[in-house]
Design a protein around this ligand. Structure first.
Ligand code: ZN
Length: 268
């Protein structure tokens, strides 16, 4: 398996080793787009027709393959923050088309995906940095289909893998993967190693679809670990960064609450 990318050249995608990438030349159609995004976005998006249709074609190719990882990072306004104000939210598009739950694993809370979750109703499990993201109670007031897992900065494999385990009983899923939980990410405050990304990849291996976001040169190894997990390749060594006791207990409390809620609303 390789990471599927569109035709456009983006410096962040180009930073990944070329042997991990497969270019897809395809065109999607506006019909499916309209059902999912529609509304005021459409006229804006149509001004960027070439970009948006190429991205739709890439996503349709991922759907056709059934198990796939795509990197979607065109110049602007396409990505997990793309909701009302963007052109295309790839993960939300895939969740709406498949009916799978959407798992967002990204230090940034996916505000655009959240807007589309409210509009389209696909189940949403969001794992994000609690330092910047919303309180789960605030989200629960507006939706009974979201499970939110805010994690404290400093979390490493132990807590991140425990959070991912919430997704493991859900059947096939769509993943929005931010590589900003990776320890090599200079802007990040988290310490996920290859283990965490390997475990996420295993969700793809079971018939899931993943969209990479926040990708950079620093996270190339995490992307490779994700692919290895999807293919059932050799497991990376277990060498987590030690978490402080405060981080451990804050993460454990957030995961416990999320687990209770997931049991109630996802029936797992
Ligand atoms: Zn991010």
């Amino acid at each position: 398996m390789k990471i599927l990318v569109g035709e456009h050249r983006d410096e962040r995608i180009e930073a990944l080793p070329p042997e991990l990438l497969e270019r897809v030349r395809a065109r999607g159609s506006w019909d499916d787009y309209m059902k999912i995004h529609g509304g005021p976005l459409a006229s804006e998006a149509k001004r960027r027709e070439a970009e948006v249709l190429a991205e739709l074609g890439l996503l349709d190719e991922a759907l056709r393959r059934g198990r796939a990882i795509v990197a979607s990072y065109p110049p602007r306004l396409i990505g997990h923050s793309s909701g009302k104000g963007g052109y295309l939210n790839p993960a939300a598009y895939l969740a709406a088309k498949t009916g799978y739950p959407l798992i967002s694993f990204d230090a940034h809370f996916p505000w655009g995906t959240w807007e589309l979750h409210l509009k389209l109703g696909f189940p949403l499990l969001a794992i994000y940095s609690g330092a910047e993201g919303p309180h789960p109670g605030r989200l629960a007031k507006r939706s009974d289909r979201i499970v939110a897992v805010p994690l404290p900065p400093g979390a490493s494999d132990q807590s991140l893998e425990a959070a991912i385990s919430l997704a493991e009983g859900l059947g096939p899923v769509v993943l929005e993967v931010g590589l900003d939980f990776y320890y090599r990410e200079p802007s990040g405050h988290f310490f996920a190693t290859d283990r965490t990304y390997y475990r996420l990849g295993a969700l793809v291996g079971r018939g899931g679809l993943a969209v990479l976001d926040c990708v950079s040169k620093a996270s190339a190894e995490a992307a490779a670990a994700l692919l290895a997990g999807a293919e059932g390749g050799p497991e990376p060594p277990d060498r987590p960064f030690e978490e402080t006791r405060a981080v451990q207990s804050e993460a454990a409390a957030a995961i416990k609450k999320a687990k209770e809620r997931a049991r109630r609303i996802f029936k797992v």
